[in-house]
Unconditional design. Structure first.
Length: 133
């Protein structure tokens, strides 16, 4: 019985991550901002890499203006308000494939699930095209 509850809950939290990157793919900046927790929204990382200017420039570089998200996996859950996920982002620039390992925390704030943290865990992540001007 517990397993069926977990399977029922799982897609909801995966969908939050998928929705976030769907908003990025469509460059829907209000939705990007509204889907993250205020602490992340106010961070230097978010205010640098998730701005309209930065994302528009990045999407103009990648083939088909599209990020693919895959392998979303629940890594841990604190049993209360935070779930930690790992996943992969894949994109192409001039037909060269780039793949980044990422992590996100989904937090519950006032009965609303939001992305509380985003992290690239790929070795030399700062050298990946997403983080380059």
């Amino acid at each position: 019985e517990i397993a069926s509850v977990i399977l029922f809950i799982w897609p909801k939290y995966e969908q939050i991550i998928l929705n976030f990157y769907g908003y990025m793919n469509s460059l829907s900046f209000d939705n990007i901002s509204n889907s993250v927790d205020k602490y992340l929204r106010n961070s230097d990382v978010f205010r640098t890499y998730f701005t309209q200017n930065w994302l528009t420039n990045f999407y103009n570089k990648i083939d088909k203006n599209w990020l693919n998200i895959s392998d979303i996996t629940l890594k841990s859950w604190d049993g209360n308000t935070t779930r930690y996920y790992s996943y992969q982002i894949t994109y192409f620039i001039n037909q060269e494939k780039f793949q980044e390992e990422r992590e996100a925390a989904i937090v519950n704030r006032n009965d609303k699930e939001l992305i509380g943290s985003l992290k690239c865990v790929t070795t030399w992540c700062s050298k990946m095209p997403f983080f380059q001007k």
